[in-house]
Design a protein around this ligand. Structure first.
Ligand SMILES: Cc1ncc(COP(=O)(O)O)c(C=O)c1O
Length: 346
């Protein structure tokens, strides 16, 4: 079966909120206590495992997934090399929290080979700089140096890219984004190529209690049913808007791998919902935000409703003051363009 078929196959799982299920003949079953496992989470994990081609574990947020992965699979004093155009919270958490546990953190340009480290962290269609690594070459180099490779696949989803097929060891998702897809569920996922790593992470999750609840897991299952349609449409609209933005006189530059990134084109046939573009300065960026009528001036990405924000409010040291990040939803492309162009002219 194709992934599109797997995603919609089957009846709707009930939202089982029970924290306990009775023992059978004195023997605790798989779902005897919700911290260990629960039926809705297990069903979501089954589906995500098939999609990514590994063993998936659900977490209560993308950051919970990142934290758990690092604490469960690394040791104090380990080194991590993180792609520098990617989600600021990933490297931010490592530097703010895990340095106290001895983690050594460096960043590197993921369009070049990764430096030696215990763990290499890649992010294709990096949020918000939209860089794209040469995955096969990066994995080969990292493995030759004895590094594990994690790919944050949040922006593309397994329908566009399956990093484990390219030799990555682990895939991470903020499932809050395009997987759940409706801006109503906070979740994360780690998929492991090695069953031993999945078992280790599962033990860590049970012990730490960093466990996703059944309700968001159910919303994820609901969202996944339409993932293929959403990914196709959002990617097509994002490409068209990126092209139109690139022609607009108020736009200094547009970042979208679909605008001719030759490396990205070797790995994916569509480029996801996320793009960023620069206007002249912070004042201009704020004017665009305030003039929007249709697109939500809000954070996050991958939802059915388009969102736009100036990223310098969150990461002023790294991001140009005029950088606007746009996540393209399911609205009509011309309605989105009408809103963007009137806001750019405001
Ligand atoms: C690429 C990427 N990875 C990870 C995360 C963290 O996910 P969450 O917000 O679900 O904790 C985000 C959130 O914005 C993200 O954009």
């Amino acid at each position: 079966m194709h992934p599109e078929t797997k995603l919609v196959h089957g009846t709707v799982a009930p939202v089982d909120r029970a924290t306990i299920h009775p023992y059978e003949d004195g023997t605790p079953g798989r779902f005897h206590y919700q911290r260990y496992a629960h039926p809705v989470g297990a069903e979501a994990e089954r589906l995500l495992s098939e999609l990514e081609g590994g063993e998936s574990l659900l977490f209560p947020s993308g950051m919970a997934a990142t934290t758990s992965l690092l604490l469960a699979l690394l040791r104090p004093g380990a080194s991590v090399a993180v792609a520098d155009g990617g989600y600021f919270g990933t490297v931010g958490m490592m530097r703010q929290e895990l340095v106290r546990w001895g983690l050594e953190v460096t960043t590197f340009d993921q369009t070049a080979p990764p430096p030696p480290a215990d763990l290499v962290w890649l992010e294709p269609c990096a949020n918000p700089f939209l860089t794209f690594p040469d995955l096969d070459a990066a994995v080969e180099r990292a493995h030759a140096a004895g590094s594990l490779v994690v790919v944050d696949n949040t922006v593309l989803s397994p329908l566009l890219l399956r990093p484990l097929d390219h030799g990555a060891d682990l895939v991470l998702h903020s499932a809050t984004k395009i997987l759940a897809g409706h801006h109503d569920a906070l979740l994360g996922v780690v998929t492991c190529a090695d069953p031993a790593a999945a078992a280790r992470l599962g033990e860590f999750r049970k012990a730490s209690g960093i466990v996703a609840a059944p309700d968001p897991a159910w919303l994820l299952l609901r969202g996944l049913k339409t993932l293929s349609l959403r990914v196709e449409r959002q990617s097509a609209t994002a490409l068209e808007l990126a092209r139109r933005l690139a022609e607009h006189p108020a736009v200094r530059c547009v970042r979208y791998p679909g605008l001719g990134d030759p490396v990205a084109a070797r790995y994916v046939r569509a480029f996801g919902p996320l793009l960023s573009f620069d206007v002249a300065d912070a004042e201009r960026a704020l004017r665009v935000e305030l003039a929007l009528r249709l697109i939500e001036n809000a954070t996050s990405l991958g939802g059915v409703a388009s969102t736009l924000e100036g990223r310098a409010r969150w990461e002023p040291e790294r991001v140009p003051p005029g950088l606007l990040r746009l996540s393209v939803g399911l609205e009509d492309v011309d309605d989105l363009w009408a809103d963007l162009s009137q806001a750019l002219e405001a």
